[in-house]
Write a protein that binds this ligand. Structure first.
Ligand code: HPA
Length: 262
């Protein structure tokens, strides 16, 4: 069975049932991934973990080499990736501490980050109607119900370039166009996976209310503390999700390039 990829902060990989075997350096035609890939197993299933911001945490969101990270996973045989992202809550129904199983994306980074593997030679317009794998989403929602860990069952992630935080008016605008949460790393990660026919699920952890939603000034301490509080629930979800998503793929992601190449 192909290994399951996990992308997130290093906090997610201190998980019960996890045994690490090796660290693998991978180089790609797109440069260096954020760090070595950490290969191991979780309750007997092969997993490969990559800390998105490097190890130690030093690569800001707009400088992450998303293409190398996703290409590296593919070269290690990964067909499914679960990502964990810290986000600001725009929707008041998703207060700090909420876990959101994402279903939609609005990309405000377009043009600012390399966002395709197909620059020259081949013209590819990959379908992105549903940016996250529907099969993996269903599996994670099932796991949340079984394990009694509450999640918001859908949510639209708006991705900004950062590294600055948003203005209050930007957040009001994002709210009007339907965004529930805001973050800096969800794109182009998700589309790059789709371009390589890799399934991706997005678990967003609301670490703060977005700018202007609450009266208090946003601090990175708040972000880190809320993330740490939520991590025990995220780890349980991840552990069960790795079990639940294994098996043959029946989703459209696996042949995303069919009918996408001009
Ligand atoms: N804005 C953008 N990215 C974020 C935020 C935020 O408020 N919180 C965590 N990541």
């Amino acid at each position: 069975m192909p290994p399951i990829g996990l992308i997130g902060g290093s906090g997610i990989y201190e998980m019960a049932g996890l045994e690490m075997r090796e660290e693998r350096t991978v180089s790609t035609p797109f440069g260096e991934p954020s760090s070595d890939y950490r290969i191991g197993s979780l309750d007997g299933r092969d997993i490969i973990f990559l800390p998105r911001h490097g190890s130690p945490h030093a690569i800001p969101p707009h400088r992450v080499n998303y293409r190398a990270n996703i290409w590296g996973f593919r070269s290690l045989g990964v067909e499914r990736i679960i990502t964990v992202n810290a986000v600001g809550g725009i929707n008041r129904g998703m207060p700090p501490g909420s876990i959101v199983i994402l279903d939609q994306i609005i990309d405000m980074t377009a043009g600012a980050r390399p966002s395709t593997f197909y620059e020259e030679g081949r013209v590819v317009h990959v379908d992105f109607t549903d940016p996250y794998c529907p099969e993996m989403r269903d599996a994670i929602l099932g796991v949340s119900r079984e394990s009694g860990i509450p999640v918001a069952e859908r949510g639209t992630y708006i991705c900004v370039n950062g590294p600055r935080l948003e203005t209050a008016q930007e957040i009001r605008f994002f709210s009007r166009i339907g965004a529930d949460v805001v973050g800096m790393t969800g794109m182009p990660e998700a589309v790059l996976a789709r371009e390589l026919e890799i399934c991706m699920a997005g678990i967003a952890v609301v670490t703060n209310y977005a700018a202007g939603i609450s009266a208090s000034k946003l601090t990175t301490t708040e972000v880190i503390e809320t993330m740490e509080d939520s991590l025990s629930r995220v780890r349980i979800l991840l552990r069960e999700a790795v079990r639940a998503v294994a098996g043959t793929r029946g989703c459209p992601c696996r042949d995303a390039l069919k009918d996408a190449i001009l």
